[in-house]
Design a protein around this ligand. Structure first.
Ligand code: C2E
Ligand code: CA
Ligand code: CA
Ligand code: CA
Length: 277
C-alpha cells in the first residue's frame, strides 16, 4: 500500500516495495497505468426489487497494479480528482462502458449503464461532446446511460455544474444523485436540476435491519423521491431481509453484495445467464 503526502508523492510501504530505490509520483503512475492498460472495468448489477429483474449496472473502476495488485478506487480516485487526472479516467470508463453495452446488445441484453462523474468532470466543457462521440462510435445512444453525481460535486460550483448537467440531460443522458443524504446540500437543487434518480447511500442501508434511525432515513428518502417522481435506488443490500424491507418501502431498484459484488466486465454475461436461471 502507498501513503499519500500533501505534495502527492508516494511513499512505498517498505515491505511491499523493497526493490525500488526511487519513489515515483502517484500521478506519473496513474498516467502510466492508462498507457499500460492497467485499469479494469468492473460492473455491479442493478436489480428491480419487486421482480428481481436486472435493469442495469454501475461501472466501477479498479486498478490492476503490477506490484500492489487490485487497487480499490478509494485509494486513488480522491487523488485523481485533486490532480485533474480524473478527466482522463472518466473518459476511459465511458469508452469501456460504451464498448460493453455494444457487446451486451449483440448478445440480446438491453441494460442501462451508470457511470460515475466527479466535480472536475462537471467543469470540463468538452465532456458532453466527447461522450457523444464515444457513444456514436459504439452505436450507443445517451438514453441508455445514467450519470451518477454526488451532492458535493454539484455544490462545489452549482452554476457550472448546472450548465453541464443541463447539456448532458438535453443530449438524453439520465442523471442520478449518488450518496444521497451524505453531502452538505440543499434540497433546492433537486427542483432545478434535470434529475431522474436518487441513490440512497449504503451507510443508511447496511444496518437498516437493526438501526431504526437508518430505517427512518431510508423510508423518508424513498417518500421524497416518489413525491418528486424520481426513481429511487438503494445501494449496499447485503441480505435478503434488507431487500424485502426496501421492497416493502416501495424502493424501485437496488444494488448490493447480496445480489452481486462488482465483477469484471467480461464476466457479466455469464452472471446474467445464471441470474435468470
Ligand atoms: P459509489 O459510486 O458510491 O459506489 C458504490 C460502492 O459501494 C462501490 O465501491 C461498491 O463496490 C460498494 N458496494 C456495493 N454494494 C455493496 C454492499 O452490499 N456492501 C458494501 N459494503 N459495499 C457495497 P467501490 O467500487 O470500491 O467504489 C468506491 C467509490 O469510488 C465509488 O462509490 C465512487 O465514488 C468511486 N468510483 C468508483 N469507480 C469510479 C469511476 O469510474 N469514476 C469515479 N468518478 N468514481 C468512481
Ligand atoms: Ca455511484
Ligand atoms: Ca453511492
Ligand atoms: Ca460513495
Amino acid at each position: 500500500s502507498a501513503k499519500l503526502r500533501n505534495d502527492g508523492a508516494v511513499i512505498y510501504d517498505a515491505a511491499l516495495d523493497k526493490g525500488s530505490a526511487q519513489s515515483l509520483s502517484l500521478l506519473t503512475e496513474l498516467r502510466h497505468a492508462i498507457e499500460r492498460d492497467e485499469f479494469r472495468l468492473f460492473v455491479q448489477p442493478k436489480i428491480a426489487l419487486k421482480t428481481g429483474q436486472v435493469v442495469g449496472m454501475e461501472a466501477l473502476v479498479r486498478w490492476q497494479h503490477p506490484q500492489r495488485g487490485n487497487v480499490f478506487p478509494d485509494a486513488f480516485i480522491p487523488f485523481a480528482e485533486q490532480t485533474g487526472f480524473i478527466r482522463v479516467l472518466t473518459r476511459w470508463v465511458m469508452e469501456r462502458s460504451a464498448r460493453l453495452c455494444q457487446e451486451l446488445e449483440q448478445a440480446g441484453y438491453h441494460l442501462k449503464m451508470s457511470v460515475n462523474l466527479s466535480t472536475r468532470d462537471l467543469m470540463d466543457q468538452d465532456l458532453p461532446v466527447k461522450f457523444g462521440d464515444m457513444l456514436q462510435r459504439h452505436g450507443q445512444s445517451p438514453q441508455s446511460f445514467c450519470l451518477e453525481i454526488t451532492e458535493s460535486a454539484i455544490m462545489d460550483d452549482p452554476v457550472r455544474a448546472q450548465n453541464t448537467l443541463a447539456l448532458l440531460s438535453a443530449m438524453g443522458f439520465e442523471l442520478s444523485i449518488d450518496d444521497f443524504g451524505t453531502g452538505y446540500s440543499s434540497l433546492a437543487y433537486l427542483k432545478s436540476l434535470p434529475v431522474n434518480e436518487l441513490k440512497i447511500d449504503k451507510s443508511f442501508v447496511l444496518n437498516m435491519e437493526t438501526d431504526l434511525g437508518d430505517a427512518r432515513i431510508v423510508q423518508s428518502t424513498i417518500s421524497l423521491a416518489r413525491a418528486m417522481h424520481l426513481r429511487v435506488v438503494a445501494e449496499g443490500i447485503e441480505t435478503e431481509t434488507v431487500w424485502r424491507l426496501l421492497e416493502g418501502m416501495k424502493c424501485d431498484q437496488g444494488q448490493g453484495y447480496f445480489m452481486s459484488r462488482p465483477i469484471p466486465a467480461a464476466q457479466l454475461e455469464d452472471w446474467l445467464a445464471q441470474w435468470q436461471s
